[in-house]
Design a protein around this ligand. Structure first.
Ligand code: SDX
Length: 440
């Protein structure tokens, strides 16, 4: 916890329970919501707070990413996402997220070399892929192989050693792109393509995915730039589900590779990182603008569990700034690959226009999120929908490792262990019938 959290005039929140008054300190943020410290709530009141889904709960203090959901602001270490997408590159952003500020030229060159030299995988890891069915989802391979790295890089498992922690973060970021590319190659039955140290991170990823033994893939600067922006936009996002999973796994002292594998698992869900694949599949199912109304009504129908994938967000109650940037680069990429007037992009824009005028979406403040346009771009670059979440995971290794490092280095961090509201059965003697009152 930052020592200066109480630097501002101390404020307290009062809680009255059965005419007893309890007070809890309020800590001010540098931006956004302040917090009420309830760490002593249970010891003082014998009550727990109740917040399924953590809609009003701050699980930690962090200096990494700031989101203003009402204004649609996203900043990494204070830098606006728009500026970083425009002026930075993914590995510079990785360094920014993990170390706290933009590296100077020589630091960045050194860091890029370190990352490049970690893109190779131990040769035996290839055997892990052989164990998967060819039609396995690439995320299954990401989860499995990422966790398995802990058995190959045993010299970076000691989380108390700062150098080992840093080396582990470099290995995770670097090797995630190689694993992702290998998962893609394996799923299409092509041999693996080794990374090249003379290519940038994003160029290398495209090379490993689209080159093959018969011909070198000529990396287009426009597609490499689009890939890099996609990685930057997906790099971190405060305490989202997968990052919270990484933090919770890390709080037990689990090794970094295992923690990131847990994050990959959580990201896979269609309500989270799996939404980019689901959004494109939804657009393909809608098929044409004349069906939009039918699907919007399905999304509004409480009896129908259909949701507009790529729409809505726990924090953004305004347009996701990342979606704005992706919408802008969509056209550029499509034109570059010779797809003019892509019917799916047109359908996405028509759907957005109609949804944003609909009372239900306006009232619930549902806007396109990062997953709404990303799939259209990735498909145009040449990826199948199953690879979209893999690409999200590769990018998010930056945020996961930065947040994991911050948690491990937080002097007050302890194992995460929430409590519950128990509404189950009262004590029942073995072999005795439960009383009606005691049947849940
Ligand atoms: C990501 O947390 C992060 O930061 C995540 C992420 C990141 O970078 O890490 O930004 C990446 O996961 C983006 C979100 C991708 N998911 C989707 O696009 C899936 C579709 N969206 C929904 O599942 C939903 O909007 C969530 C999961 C994203 C947010 O859900 P919340 O905050 O729990 O909100 P909710 O489900 O309680 O919705 C509030 C209301 C509900 O109606 P009521 O019960 O109040 O009547 O809005 C409705 C929901 O039914 N609603 C939708 C909707 N999203 C919410 N209705 C139709 N279509 C939708 N997409």
């Amino acid at each position: 916890m930052s020592k200066d959290k109480n630097s501002k005039k101390e404020k307290f929140a009062k809680l009255i329970i059965d005419n007893n008054s309890y007070s809890f300190p309020i800590y001010s943020s540098t931006e956004g919501e302040s917090v009420i410290d309830i760490t002593k709530l249970h010891s003082k009141t014998k009550f727990f707070t109740y917040d399924p889904g953590f809609t009003s709960t701050a699980s930690c203090e962090s200096k990494i990413t700031y989101i203003d959901g009402e204004k649609g602001i996203l900043r990494y270490r204070g830098y606006d996402i728009e500026e970083l997408a425009d002026k930075s590159d993914f590995i510079e952003v990785v360094n920014l997220l993990i170390y706290g500020d933009l590296p100077n030229k020589s630091q960045l060159t050194k860091y890029k070399n370190l990352i490049s030299r970690h893109t190779l995988l131990h040769e035996q890891i290839i055997n892990f892929f052989q164990g998967f069915r060819r039609d396995a989802h690439p995320m299954a391979m990401m989860v499995g192989v990422m966790g398995a790295l802990s058995s190959f890089y045993q010299d970076t498992l000691d989380i108390k050693d700062a150098h080992q922690r840093q080396e582990a973060t470099r290995r995770i970021v670097a090797k995630s792109s190689t694993i992702g590319a290998m998962a893609y190659k394996y799923s299409i039955g092509q041999s693996f393509v080794s990374p090249k140290n003379n290519l940038s991170f994003s160029e290398n990823f495209l090379h490993m995915c689209f080159s093959n033994t018969a011909e070198e893939y000529k990396v287009s600067p426009i597609l490499a730039k689009a890939m890099d922006i996609i990685f930057i936009l997906h790099a971190d996002h405060e305490q989202n589900a997968s990052t919270s999973t990484v933090r919770l796994a890390g709080s037990s002292g689990a090794n970094p590779f295992a923690c990131i594998a847990a994050g990959v698992s959580s990201l896979w869900g269609p309500a989270h990182g799996g939404a980019n694949q689901a959004a494109l599949e939804m657009l393909e199912e809608i098929g044409s603008s004349k069906n939009i109304k039918k699907y919007i009504n399905k999304a509004k129908n409480k009896k129908d569990n259909f949701k507009l994938m790529g729409f809505g967000h726990r924090v953004y109650k305004n347009y996701d700034p990342r979606a704005k940037i992706l919408k802008k680069i969509c056209k550029k990429v499509l034109n570059h690959v010779g797809i003019n007037n892509d019917p799916i992009l047109q359908l996405a824009m028509d759907l957005e226009a109609i949804a944003l005028k609909d009372k239900y979406f306006i009232e619930k403040k549902l806007y396109p999120n990062v997953d709404f346009y990303s799939g259209i771009i990735l498909k145009a670059i040449g990826f199948p929908p199953e690879m979209f979440t893999v690409i999200f995971a590769i990018a998010r290794t930056a945020g996961w490792t930065a947040q994991w490092t911050e948690m491990i280095e937080d002097p007050i961090q302890k194992i995460g262990r929430p409590r519950q509201l128990y509404t189950g059965n009262l004590i029942t003697k073995y072999g005795k019938k439960r009383s009606r009152k005691n049947t849940r």
